[in-house]
Design a protein around this ligand. Structure first.
Ligand code: HEM
Length: 155
């Protein structure tokens, strides 16, 4: 067996330094994006950056420090406090895409990483988008119910 058969994705992309760079770039994008930034409760994004980096390192076969420090990931539960709308997901993914493109990974590695994070991000959506034009409730109430029911046959 050659070493490449046992090499983890984590090692193949350059290990710790690559993940530090990737997640750093991602959070630089988040910090500069007022709409997404508003979801993050703390003034200091540092701890969020460390948690996401440790989580991703562990997921891709690196050190398991995340679980040792934070326990089971339970990502759905950990995001329940934040309104993750489709819009927030798309912003999050756009910053991740930018960071991945600057990460030095090959196109194939970027594709693999992207397949995972985009699936995870879609799974984490837990709220609906705010409508751009909230419906006028009064006129909605006045709308007659859909005329779809057939009349009963007359005998
Ligand atoms: C879909 C868009 C997403 C939004 C808007 C979002 C937002 C957030 C927020 C606001 C936090 C809390 C940060 C803090 O504690 O200060 C967080 C934590 C975290 N997120 Fe996300 N997230 C998203 C997607 C993802 C995805 C796709 C992953 C993993 C693949 C992920 C992994 C994590 C991890 C590991 C933490 C830290 C959990 C811990 O406390 O240990 N997130 N996220």
């Amino acid at each position: 067996m050659t070493s490449s058969q046992t090499e983890s994705f984590y090692d193949a992309v350059g290990g710790h330094e690559t993940f530090v760079r990737l997640v750093r770039t991602f959070y630089v994008g988040v910090a500069a994006d007022p709409e997404l930034r508003a979801l993050y409760p703390d003034e200091d994004l540092g701890p969020a950056e460390v948690h996401l980096r440790m989580f991703l390192e562990q997921y891709w076969g690196g050190p398991t420090t995340y679980s040792k420090q934070r326990g089971h990931p339970r990502l759905g539960m950990r995001h329940a406090a934040f309104a993750v709308t489709p819009r927030a997901r798309d912003l999050w993914l756009a910053h991740m895409r930018t960071a991945l493109q600057a990460s030095g990974m090959t196109d194939e590695q970027v594709g693999q990483f992207w397949a995972y994070v985009s699936r995870a991000a879609h799974f984490l959506v837990n709220s609906a988008d705010e409508p751009d034009n909230p419906p006028d409730l009064i006129s909605l109430e006045e709308t007659p119910s859909a005329p779809s029911r057939r009349r009963p046959p007359s005998r």
